[in-house]
Ligand binder design. Structure first.
Ligand SMILES: [Zn+2]
Length: 66
């Protein structure tokens, strides 16, 4: 899964946040130097949300089937 995110400092610049296995990486300088940035936080929140939706769908589907 890959996400294109805008740079906070430079509006013209886009960074790529990428999920590799269970690791989230980003191409921005903040991640390069500190190994964390808000892009990664956004990506993780998005993944958590998707996971939650999937679980809910499964729970609902289970209820319908049984
Ligand atoms: Zn970043």
């Amino acid at each position: 899964m890959r996400l294109r995110v805008p740079s906070k400092r430079y509006p013209d610049v886009r960074h790529t946040v990428e999920l590799q296995g269970s690791q989230v990486r980003c191409t921005c300088p903040g991640f390069y130097f500190k190994h964390k940035c808000w892009h990664v936080v956004v990506m993780k929140e998005l993944l958590a949300y998707r996971w939650q939706m999937r679980l809910q769908a499964k729970a609902l589907g289970g209820m319908v089937c049984s």
